[in-house]
Design a protein around this ligand. Structure first.
Ligand code: NAP
Length: 470
């Protein structure tokens, strides 16, 4: 059993003094697998003070020093790839297959794009008699969830380090191993003391961090409900916030879509990580005449996603991460049935142990049903039919979220023109790879602000205008 009982501040691992502990439960076996010692106000103050000192040093660093620090961090993280994949399997049920395919490569690529971004930013420019500078905004409070824990931490840390900021991370204690390995990588990379700090805590500590007088900027990734709360708390000190929140993303098949390509991709985007991805495509919109073929192809493509041991390299679908998440997903499945949706496949996994949910597809879904509007965060896809393109766009835009989406068409120009009707931060056209150098973030209930590459760095900068500077 792993015990995470040190926090990281001032370039040192320091024992957590208080006795409050959180037990991490392996979601496949329902047995305790780790313990996290929760920090108190004193430890938080130490971490923020360390970040303030770190900022004073790091804000003066050269772009070359930042590039070199990020390269060392990437190397140290990469050397821990197998260890992290195993920890993710044990602590949050992510299959090692997906750990190797996405959970580690994404943050490594993200660090590369932050390094490239450093050369793409206009750090100063002349405007008349003014010299306009982009300056680091200070100490960043970073609060992250458990579903892609390395990527979410790395996105914020890489942007902060590149911007010349310092950062205090409060990761989710649901998957602490990834955050712990990340802190070890920071230490091994020899980043200047105080630039990156990490505290363990629950919602109360998160609240104390975002309202701390030593914090200049907040970067939050998590649920919409907590994001709303954080924004309200931040208002007291007018601390700027970036909010990367939930989603209800739709994969839209236009009439001429290639179903043989589109449906397996929709299955992957609906089921990977047990549907616990903010960009999960949990809505599938198909023209009415294609409904039966789409359902049959979905059933066929999803049949291989058999729930199983996340440590087995052959497993595609692990459990959902926690007992609470399991109860929430099962409640949403039950309510969808009560409201008249037809379960075309799946439902509760029926295993005697573990928080497993079988790949689930609902048909006969209407726009007023909960399953059509609310984020599930489980391996559950709702299929809706539409009569024409206008209705398809209305259905895709109806939830109030605006994070992501996908469109499939044999006509690339039609696909792009339809993509422009979606009120989301990103749209994947005909299964293209997600480009981590482009801005990532949402509209509406999915939040605001952007991460990745130069855009993530710019999010952590402020402007300063020097009038009359020679
Ligand atoms: P969550 O419940 O909102 O928690 C996220 C983080 O916030 C955790 O570290 C949590 O700590 C902390 N927290 C909870 N209450 C807080 C408060 N009042 N003040 C400050 N911090 C607080 O989300 P989650 O269940 O971990 O993650 C799932 C959600 O994240 C989904 O909605 C998903 O869509 C979203 N998400 C969005 C993106 C994106 O980029 N847009 C990416 C991934 C996930 P505890 O763990 O101790 O509660």
């Amino acid at each position: 059993m792993n015990i995470y009982d040190h926090f990281y501040a001032g370039g040192r691992f320091i024992p957590v003094a208080g006795g409050r502990r959180h037990t991490v439960v392996n979601p496949a076996s329902e047995t305790a697998c780790a313990e996290v010692a929760l920090c108190g106000q004193g430890e938080l103050d130490t971490a923020v003070k360390s970040a303030r000192r770190g900022f004073e040093t790091w804000r003066r660093s050269s772009l070359d020093e930042r590039r070199a620090a990020l390269r060392r961090l990437k190397a140290a993280l990469e050397s821990r790839a197998d260890e992290i994949a195993a920890l993710l399997a044990i602590e949050m049920g992510c299959p090692v297959w997906l750990g190797g395919l996405m959970q580690i490569p994404m943050p490594l690529k993200g660090i590369d794009f932050a390094i490239e971004g450093l050369s793409q930013i206009t750090w100063e420019e002349r405007v008349g008699n003014g010299l306009v500078e982009r300056v680091p905004s200070g100490v960043v409070a970073a609060i992250t969830p458990w579903n892609f824990p390395v990527h979410q931490i790395a996105a914020k840390v890489a942007a902060a380090v590149a911007a010349g900021c310092s950062i205090v991370i409060k990761p989710s204690e649901v998957a602490p191993g990834a955050a712990w390995a990340f802190a070890q990588a920071v230490h091994e990379a020899g980043l200047a003391a105080g630039v990156v700090n990490l505290v363990w805590g629950d919602a109360g500590l998160g609240e104390a961090l975002v309202t701390h007088a030593g914090v200049d900027r907040i970067s939050f990734t998590g649920s919409t409900a907590v994001g709303q709360r954080i924004m309200a708390s931040a208002a007291a000190r007018l601390t700027p916030v970036t909010l990367e929140l939930g989603g209800k993303s739709a994969a839209v098949l236009l009439e001429d879509a290639d179903l043989a390509a589109a449906i397996p991709a929709a299955v992957r985007m609906g089921l990977a990580n047990s549907g616990q991805a903010c960009v999960s495509q949990s809505l599938l919109l198909v023209p009415r005449p294609l409904r039966d073929e789409a359902i049959a192809r979905f059933q066929q493509a999803a049949a291989g996603w058999v729930p199983g041991d996340p440590l087995d390299p052959a497993t595609r679908l692990g459990p959902v991460a926690t007992a609470a998440q399991h109860a929430h997903v099962n409640r949403m499945i039950a309510r969808a049935q009560e409201q008249g949706a037809v379960c075309a496949m799946g439902g509760p996994a029926g295993l005697s142990r573990g928080y497993f949910v079988a790949p689930t597809l609902f048909s006969n879904v209407s726009p007023d049903m909960e399953i059509a509007r609310r984020e599930v965060f489980g391996p559950v896809v709702a299929l809706m039919t539409y009569e024409d393109e206008h209705e398809a766009a209305d259905l895709a835009n109806a939830s109030g979220y605006g994070l992501s989406g996908a469109v499939w068409s044999g006509d690339p120009a039609w696909a792009v023109s339809f993509a422009r009707r979606l009120r989301t931060g990103q749209v994947v056209i005909n299964g293209a790879a997600q480009n981590l150098a482009t801005p990532f973030g949402g509209w509406g209930l999915s939040g605001f602000g952007r991460e990745n590459g130069r855009f993530g760095i710019e999010d952590m900068l402020s402007f300063r205008s020097l009038h009359g500077a020679a």
